[in-house]
Design a protein around this ligand. Sequence first.
Ligand SMILES: [Zn+2]
Length: 281
Amino acid sequence: MKFKQLTIIFAIFSFSANLFAQSSGDFLGIKLRPEVQAIVKEIERKTGEEIYSEFIQQKDYMLGSSLISEDGIPVVLIDYSLEDDPKKLEAVIVHELLHLRLRVNNYPTFVFSPSVQTARGPAIKVEQSNVNDLKNIIEHRVFKGEMERFDLYRHVNLAGDAAKGAKKQKGKEGGQTEVINYVRAILEYHKASDIEELRKIYEANNWKNSIKTGEEIAALISQSNPQTLQAVETVFLKCILKLYPPPSPKYTFKLTLDPENKFWRRMIINTATQSVLRKNR
Ligand SMILES: [Zn+2]
């Protein structure tokens, strides 16, 4: 009996400690504005877990990343370089929280089925990072309005990174990664002159097809301006048909729900023939 009492007291105590942490709204040393604190609360309520956040070195040009772990814990990781740059830090934290909010509201991630092959090997090995990037670019479109309303959009400008990379690739063929970088430039660079700079480098590299496909995919995303999860799935499917054009109209891609993935909605990308799709409808 005594033990039971102790447990209850302990539970109340830790509950009030949590409340204190949330009301202070402190996130990696940044005091979050109330609208963003509400996003944190929504993510924590829907996952039933506190968000885990940490400064940790990010790869390539990434400033931050977010995910839901295999145990269902929402995670936000921010690059060390932002530790002393509060405005940019706030912008990247909010950006990652907006991705996580989509995750807890059933907006899907996409993964290639192990059976989908490319000339260079299984798509899940050689092409997965491109569809991850495509998914992110589509999600950025979903919450672009919010980033602008918070006046945080202008603090993150990725212009220049793709141009540096493309210059080094001169002489090589443009592939899907180059297309995705071009889509990102069109939709996310702040200045037309930065997009123009990248276009010139692509032209010098003879990557005319990457420019054309990039423009087509960017147009699909901005014209559909997806806001619902259904709209995200529809535009994603249209985009991968541009990014990986099937050899004939007989072939297409289909998305099916991954039943193994318990903590968020994940769609498996598979190839299909139009006739099989019609039969399954
Ligand atoms: Zn992002």
